[in-house]
Design a protein around this ligand. Structure first.
Ligand code: FES
Ligand SMILES: [Fe+2]
Length: 341
């Protein structure tokens, strides 16, 4: 299935863009991301228009990037601004530039028609500045189509079987789920009342009660951004565990998984934040990603929907999300057709 292109994707965490350029395949296109010496972020096709050398192996000079092979330099708009041999740059010496915006410590990239890239459409991740949360970040990669990761995140009943530390025996059956959709956003509410505290909650905050209410709130934004808050309430105590899961297709069968997680027990405690990071990333790396990659292998190059899979009640949000992606793709393709006529 093609990718939606006219939408903002996460290309990385802002902290990844240091003095050195870095490369990433996004929606099957090689992209070099670099920060000028003034700190401005840019994204270009990673193929030099002269001999297709990877620009990310070059270096930043002032507000341009220099190709490592014969030294042509390109500015953030992709214009050739320096020719070591002198003279005018030939007409084909430009490189494609992608709109990219640094906001809320994320790099947002637009892989579609640059004329439609409106920074006002970038989702709100401003809680990155919330001082009550000790945030951490992670960059993972999964050898599977991004929609299998969305399915995984929108159906958390898998926790009881894949992540015992995040669930309890029988939780999937006791959990009450509601799913609502509002345009490009789907909200999933999982609620388990008078239920066992999740083991991970007790580890993070040992004096929490053993019985209470767990509420998981998920917000999916098309096509592949998911915010999750897992909240536990018992007596007068509460523990909030926020996270964000930003999935960007690399290829049809691989996905960049940018993670932002937070601990609210002691936000200024860097060691606790580091330990939380290690725990969260270990869950994805050793539990979710292996099963999703095994799913992808089992599909043997076909789309999961070709198998007419069995549908469970907890699949509702994932099904709505997939339907909405198809709708957006149709809209985008018919807009391209109309524009071409
Ligand atoms: S390949 Fe880049 S300047 Fe020749
Ligand atoms: Fe999981």
């Amino acid at each position: 299935m093609p990718f939606i292109r006219n939408i903002w994707y996460v290309a990385g965490h802002a902290e990844e863009a240091g003095a050195e350029p870095f490369a990433r395949i996004l929606l099957e296109e090689p992209v070099v991301i670099f920060r000028t010496e003034d700190g401005v972020i840019n994204a270009l096709d990673d193929r030099c228009p002269h001999r297709m050398a990877p620009l990310h192996k070059g270096k930043v000079i002032g507000d341009s990037i220099q190709c490592p092979y014969h030294g042509l330099r390109f500015d953030g708009a992709g214009r050739c601004v320096h020719m070591p041999l002198g003279g005018e740059a030939p007409p084909r010496a430009g490189v494609k530039a992608y709109p990219i915006v640094e906001r809320h410590s994320l790099l947002w990239i637009w892989m579609g028609d640059p004329a439609l890239a409106d920074p006002a459409m970038i989702p709100d991740y401003s809680d990155r500045d919330d001082p009550s949360i000790g945030w951490f970040t992670g960059v993972l990669r999964c050898k599977a189509n991004y929609q299998l990761l969305v399915d995984n995140l929108l159906d958390l009943t898998h926790s009881e079987f894949l992540h015992p530390i995040l669930s309890s025996d029988g939780w999937a059956g006791r959990n009450r789920q509601t799913v609502t959709q509002d345009g490009n956003m789907i909200t999933v509410l999982n609620r388990a009342e008078d239920d066992n505290v999740l083991p991970i909650m007790k580890i993070m905050k040992p004096h929490l009660g053993d019985i209470g209410t767990t509420i998981q709130t998920e917000r999916w934004e098309a096509p592949s951004l998911i915010r999750l808050s897992v909240d536990f309430f018992s007596g007068g105590e509460e523990l909030i565990v926020p996270s964000a899961h930003m999935l960007t297709p690399e290829t049809e069968t691989s996905t960049h998984y940018f993670v932002r997680g937070g601990q609210t027990v002691d936000p200024a405690n860097a060691q606790l934040t580091t330990e939380s990071r290690e725990g969260v990333l270990a869950v994805f790396t050793h539990q979710d990603i292996p099963i999703i990659e095994a799913q992808q292998q089992n599909l043997n190059g076909r789309d999961i929907m070709d198998f007419q899979p069995a549908v469970l009640s907890a699949d509702r949000a994932a099904i709505l999300a997939r339907r909405h992606v198809v709708k957006l793709l149709r809209q985008e393709q018919s807009a391209v057709t109309v524009a071409a006529e």
